[in-house]
Design a binder for this molecule. Sequence first.
Ligand code: FMN
Length: 154
Amino acid sequence: MCDRESIGQTPPMLDALVYESHADPRLTDAELEVILIGSRVRNARRGITGALLKRDVRIVQMIEGPADEIDRTFAAIAASPFHRHVQVLRRASGLERIFDRWHMGFFDFQSLHVRGATTATWIDTLPELQAHAATNPVLATLLERWTEITSDVR
Ligand SMILES: Cc1cc2nc3c(=O)[nH]c(=O)nc-3n(C[C@H](O)[C@H](O)[C@H](O)COP(=O)(O)O)c2cc1C
């Protein structure tokens, strides 16, 4: 017999991808803010969520959503002239959504620092992320890479 309740509760199985890149040094905070505003509108329409982490020119971004929308969104991201050396670190499928409230969360290491917070604080404020990393290899890669990029301040 069909158990309707458990089917209704089954979370959608999604793809997720994490890449890193080097921002064009001329990319200003204001330009990036405009990019993020547009990204959030498109991502919301496409069922994409994720987080973008930046330290100086180093960018690491994770996107998650339906496989075809990941393809389309990543192709557009990779084609942007605002960054270079775009390199996929990991992609996986059959995952549950992690960043369910963020159509594109943004963490700028510099401004966190200015406010007196460290990168460890960022992770500490989201303890559930560490727990999810055990079952989500794309999230694990995002956190590992970010830890490497910020290792000098630990
Ligand atoms: C670092 C970075 C991250 C981006 N993230 C996204 C994103 O999450 N979603 C998105 O739709 N566009 C994102 N973009 C913008 C895309 O590169 C592209 O400009 C936008 O999707 C519009 O593409 P289109 O002109 O092909 O429609 C990002 C751009 C940069 C430089």
